[in-house]
Ligand binder design. Structure first.
Ligand SMILES: [Zn+2]
Length: 88
């Protein structure tokens, strides 16, 4: 069976390949792990604008508890980049 991960925005469990994997660097920057193989703890979010928007709002309201050591600022920047990439 393929490994399932849940999205931090909608909590739905999906195959890893359907999700965006985000990991933290040593200096607490959030980065998109395109290979999904970086040796760091990752969190996952759906590849859709709805979930990205949801998490962006949550961050603004300080309602998101990130389970990886990243700064809120770098996480927010990454989410914005991903939204742009998805075409919004
Ligand atoms: Zn989702």
């Amino acid at each position: 069976m393929l490994p399932l991960r849940s999205c931090i925005a909608c909590r739905k469990k999906q195959e890893k390949a359907q999700l965006i994997r985000i990991v933290s660097t040593e200096d607490k920057k959030a980065i998109f792990d395109k290979t999904q193989k970086m040796n760091a703890r990752g969190i996952y979010i759906c590849k859709n604008i709805e979930c990205l928007k949801k998490i962006q709002k949550g961050i603004e309201k300080n309602k998101v508890k990130l389970k990886i050591p990243v700064t809120q600022e770098s996480f927010r920047n990454l989410i914005e980049d991903l939204m742009r990439e998805l075409g919004e």
